[in-house]
Design a protein around this ligand. Structure first.
Ligand code: 0PR
Length: 357
């Protein structure tokens, strides 16, 4: 077999990270199990129940319904599918913020729903006035993002919940990345803060589980009825997941790491990541760059394209937003030493970068 997986020591824009040691160990042990067939693979099905129960504690739900999906994309598609299948109209629409992850475009495409994209305000959260204008009697779902992919911002979830309620739509919160840091902030984002129906929260991002481990949660088990199909040749009668055979490795790793880190380990990680975000934002601000101040541990900085290319050439795995700002995500593998080395490369490359742009 050719090649080596990349090291994480220069990965700065990914939302994935090195799995926690307990996640890695559990993934390996459960590699050959299939939670899609719980009657045969009972042990991993029990672990999935544990993982969902702990995710419930993160998001203010006492009795959560849900499952470990292949990732945030599947969870978002399923949330749209749930709302579409429950809607009474034959021409359903879904109102999403402009900051929504591109998985909602995939959802709209495969599910034939109309996507109405509401712009952001200057604070990089959704313009609720626009959401209000876009909602009508055909709106099946309103989406809010709790930790946007590009800027780490949190939409006003309680206001979106009220707007959804006014038109009889469901409310989905995409906390795929933010869900493991938001419990340690003052934001109002979860089932306990507002009338949220469904949520995406991915253990394989900030949760430090092995890939694939996304999460879809719902306020009520009955909501999953809209997704269930009959499974005549399995011992379980119905299946509400999108995929059939699923990764027992992902499920077991999520259960193991949630058990290990919730809440104290995740709190410590949040504090470390946030301190790194503030340190890096200050360092770049001091050098005269335009910095989008971090709210969650994700920092976006406007840098000249020549500098960005220079950093890529130096081996840094960085990427940009749609507006060409360089985005650094303070994942657990991102240390202060890494950031210091990165900033010193910024210093080394800055004169060249200025000449190139
Ligand atoms: N929702 C939000 C808010 C996301 O940020 C993402 C992914 C998703 C949903 C979709 O999740 P899955 O990728 O698990 O289906 N955000 C990252 C992005 O697109 C995903 C990513 C992760 C990209 C690691 C690169 C990478 O190395 O930027």
């Amino acid at each position: 077999m050719r090649g080596q997986p990349q090291e994480f020591d220069r990965v700065l824009s990914s939302m994935c990270t090195e799995p926690h040691p307990v996640a890695r160990e559990a993934a390996e042990r459960y590699l050959a199990t299939n939670p899609g067939d719980p009657a045969t693979y009972q042990a991993v099905a029990d672990l999935e129940d544990d993982a969902v129960a702990t995710l419930g504690s993160l998001v203010g739900l006492d009795d959560p319904a849900g499952y470990i999906a292949s990732g945030g994309t599947e969870a978002n598609i399923q949330a749209v599918r749930m709302a579409r299948n429950r809607a009474v109209t034959s021409t359903p629409n879904v109102v999403v913020p402009e900051s929504a992850h591109f998985s909602f475009q995939k959802a709209a495409d495969v599910l034939s729903v109309e996507l109405r994209v509401a712009p952001m305000t200057d604070d990089l959260t959704v313009d609720v006035g626009a959401v209000r204008r876009f909602c009508d009697e055909d709106t099946a779902l309103v989406v809010g993002i709790a930790g946007t992919t590009e800027y780490g911002r949190v939409d006003p979830i309680p206001i979106l919940a009220d707007l959804a309620d006014e038109v009889g739509a469901m409310l989905h919160v995409d906390a795929a990345w933010g869900g493991f840091v938001l419990p340690f902030t003052d934001h109002e984002w979860h089932f306990g803060h507002a009338d949220v129906d469904t949520m995406t929260i991915d253990p394989h991002k900030m949760g430090q589980a092995a890939i694939p481990a996304g999460g879809l949660l719902a306020r009520d088990e009955a909501l999953f009825d809209a997704l269930a199909v009959d499974t005549p040749y399995l011992e379980s009668a119905k299946q509400a997941t999108l995929t059939g055979t699923r990764s027992g490795a992902g499920v077991a790793s999520a259960a193991a790491v949630l058990d290990e880190l919730w809440p104290d380990g995740y709190r410590e990680q949040y504090e470390r990541s946030m301190a790194n975000a503030e340190w890096y934002a200050d360092a770049m601000g001091d050098r005269g760059f335009d910095v989008v101040e971090p709210d969650l541990p994700l920092v976006t900085v406007d840098v000249p394209s020549g500098l960005f290319e220079g950093l890529r050439d130096a081996g840094w795995r960085v990427s940009t937003t749609g507006d060409d700002e360089m985005r650094v995500v303070m994942m657990p593998h991102v240390t202060r030493e890494m950031l210091a080395a990165f900033v010193s490369d910024v210093d080394r490359l800055t004169p060249t970068a200025n000449i190139n742009t």
